[in-house]
Ligand binder design. Sequence first.
Ligand code: ADP
Length: 358
Amino acid sequence: LKRKYLDESSERRRLYNEVIELKGNIRVFCRCRPLNESEIANGSASVVNFESSSDNELQVICAESSKKQFKFDHVFGPEDNQEAVFQQTKPIVTSVLDGYNVCIFAYGQTGTGKTFTMEGTPEHRGVNYRTLEELFRITEERNGTMKYELSVSMLEVYNEKIRDLLVENSTQPTKKLEIKQAAEGTQDVPGLIEARVYGTEDVWEMLKTGNRVRSVGSTSANELSSRSHCLLRVTVMGENLINGQRTKSHLWLVDLAGSERVGKTEAEGERLKESQFINKSLSALGDVISALASKSAHIPYRNSKLTHMLQSSLGGDCKTLMFVQVSPSAADLGETLCSLNFATRVRGIEGGPARKQV
Ligand code: ADP
């Protein structure tokens, strides 16, 4: 048993190092949703084209004679289902069981499928469900060589304020949290509830609580969810029963606020304030990831609550995956190009800060 375990873990390490050497720790996947019913009824044609492109590329038809080409680590078209998306995501998320910190984000305009990709629906489960199911399956499989404890936290960042979504008390405002420097030098959110989970059933109960708390006090759950970041954190405590080594690692599954720019007429009052906060945190996230991708000496984590909180799970040995979600509709062309340009910059292929000499 011990030999099998040691062989397996050295093979896993070898494969991991090979991939890292080839590609680095940051991936960007692009996903384009299908045209929806009203777009079809309006006779909209898709401006995002996959057929003529080579692997992992897509073309956006900007005008009759103008096309723009984009390349990502993986591209999912309207035909690709949740299982296809999860197959590509699985090796990244499950590495949390080997002691790696992992962050996954869904970025894009409201209505492009961020929640569909991460949360999914009861019929079409998303990355969150499939990931936890897989983590429980693997912990079962490693029973005897590894002992794991899994716990889950759920929080929201709205207007640069962190809110614990597992604090359920409808008569009192939910707890607001601040980020602190933990003793061991990593970022921490003291007092954040970590609910111990033993199986997928526990996770769904907890998600239901979180979603209920999230919607309290808001006129429309959808409206609020498009303007706040929702974060699910899985904490894994691992103990190697053969050599006694212990690990603690985090997997963050993040459904980001909508990246769309507000129209001139809407840009006032509360809506303007929200948009400024969203802008600030999304650009801070983009800056951090592109600084990491270009191996810059200075990583600007402190520029937003989101990046500050995720500091210990972004960079170094950590794995990062961003889903850039887009709409195929001509009506969304402007936002689609903005999102694809942002993701391209994040991936560090073009532009990005110059590499500093240290
Ligand atoms: P967002 O979170 O970006 O605002 P949603 O996840 O709420 O967007 O998606 C908007 C609508 O489009 C939802 O009704 C969702 O079910 C649907 N949708 C999104 N992506 C897909 C997809 N790949 N396949 C089928 N339906 C999708």
